[in-house]
Design a protein around this ligand. Structure first.
Ligand SMILES: [Zn+2]
Length: 433
């Protein structure tokens, strides 16, 4: 462990420390954050005494990304949650956003340092060690992923940044510089297996023994993970951040049993029912939407922020000795479809379909008939066949039956030839309307 005192700390003791941090953070919000001063007062929590401690956090209002966005003005393009003067900021990241207007994520020097400290624990859980070489494929630019690059220095790694969009350069770096580890999205890792096979590059026997995937769900899906591990001849672990809260907050250890909270002490995690907003107990196998609260943030701290990530959590001890909770991302609220009252995530469809390898390539595309979240069955799903496999109705029927049994919805499965569905060097789009 990079930081055993924190990572192996007794959870009850951690809760007491987090409670003290939370009380300070809440007082700070009431003092410094116009957004939260108004929001908390409006909900009947005008003082730090009224807010109370971490054991009463469930009573506080949730924060939606949209509220923050709506609080921006020409004079304050960051938002009313900005809690420090602009001259205290050392970095302002943007989120890519889908609406055209970027939203900004400001950091003080301490915030940035805490981000790197937390993320260093998450990445180091994968087993990478000082002195090893890691090749990264982030085109970080304006995005928070840029802060993750500082983590590799912190860990004493030799970092070879190659970016996305130039696979020849990446493969040359792997072949010539012989890195022990590579960092990329699961989509790009998957694409590279096919790319290498077509060009006769022996990826499976390359120097890369650890493949660290992040940036989208998928690295924890058993079928996709098995394909990546076989194709790369490497152990796959995943990491996950939430732009507004921090980079690589969660990182998986070598036990591969879900991502540990690397940001322990910096961030408090909760689970809610996404439909009602009610808090759910954090216990083994619990599923819900992840809600995060900054505990020691300065620039623009967030309280009970709805991440729109649906996750499964585990709190039982991990064989690695880390005692923080673990999770796996099931999918994003924004990708979810509802069929006759059943929530369906495209990434879950991919996981079920992926189990039909080697008959299928693993690529799928969900094609809802309308723009609505609610869809009438059957839901059209294109499933790509593996190279050289011919379409056969019996296979389509078996996939449809398995989807109905596992995810409780009716699909109309269309088998398409290998190479039909788009590949991504960044993140895959699993839904096309
Ligand atoms: Zn572990």
């Amino acid at each position: 462990m990079l930081d055993p005192e924190v990572e192996a700390r007794d959870p009850a003791r951690q809760f007491r420390l987090d409670d003290a941090s939370f009380r300070k953070q809440a007082a700070y919000l009431l003092d410094r954050s116009p957004f939260y001063r108004d929001k908390l007062a409006g909900a009947g929590f005008a003082t730090a005494e009224a807010v109370g401690g971490l054991d009463a956090i469930e009573a506080l209002p949730l924060t939606e990304k949209q509220e923050i966005r709506a609080s921006t003005t020409a004079g304050n393009p960051i938002g009313a949650h900005l809690a420090v003067p602009r001259d205290q900021l050392v970095r302002i990241y943007s989120t890519s956003g889908t609406t055209g207007t970027p939203s900004y994520i400001p950091l003080t020097a301490d915030d940035l340092d805490n981000w790197v400290a937390a993320s260093a624990r998450s990445y180091s859980a994968s087993g990478i060690r000082a002195g090893e070489t890691v090749v990264s494929t982030y085109n970080a630019g304006p995005f928070v992923a840029g802060a993750a690059l500082g983590v590799f220095d912190r860990l004493g790694l030799c970092h070879v940044p190659v970016g996305t969009g130039n696979t020849e350069r990446l493969v040359a770096a792997i072949g010539l510089l012989k890195p022990e580890a590579a960092v990329m999205t699961p989509s790009y890792a998957s694409y590279l297996i096919e790319w290498a096979a077509e060009r006769g590059f022996d990826l499976k026997n390359s120097s890369v023994k650890r493949l660290l995937v992040a940036g989208e769900p998928g690295g924890g899906e058993p079928a996709l993970r098995a394909r990546l591990e076989a194709g790369w001849g490497a152990k796959v672990t995943e990491a996950m951040g939430i732009g507004d809260i921090g980079i690589s907050l969660w990182g998986e250890c070598e036990e591969q049993a879900g991502m540990h909270l690397g940001a322990r002490g910096f961030v408090h995690a909760e689970l809610i029912d996404p439909d009602t907003g009610e808090a759910l107990a954090m216990k083994d196998g619990a599923r819900g939407e992840l809600v995060l609260t900054h505990l020691r943030h300065q620039a623009a701290p967030l309280l009970r922020f709805r991440t729109r990530d649906h996750v499964e959590v585990w709190t039982s001890p991990c064989a690695c000795g880390r005692t923080s909770p673990r999770l796996r991302c099931i999918g994003r609220t924004d990708d979810m479809l509802i069929l006759r009252g059943v929530n369906v995530f495209p990434s879950a469809i991919r996981e079920v379909v992926g189990a039909f390898a080697p008959a299928v390539s693993g690529a799928i595309l969900v094609k809802p008939a309308t723009d609505s979240v609610k869809q009438e069955p059957p839901l059209p799903v294109a499933v790509e066949l593996a190279k050289g496999v011919a379409a056969d109705m019996a296979l389509a029927d078996r996939i449809g039956e398995r989807l109905r049994a596992a995810l409780v919805f009716q699909a109309s499965v269309e088998l398409v030839p290998f190479g039909t569905l788009a590949r991504s060097e960044y993140k895959s789009k699993l839904v096309r309307r």
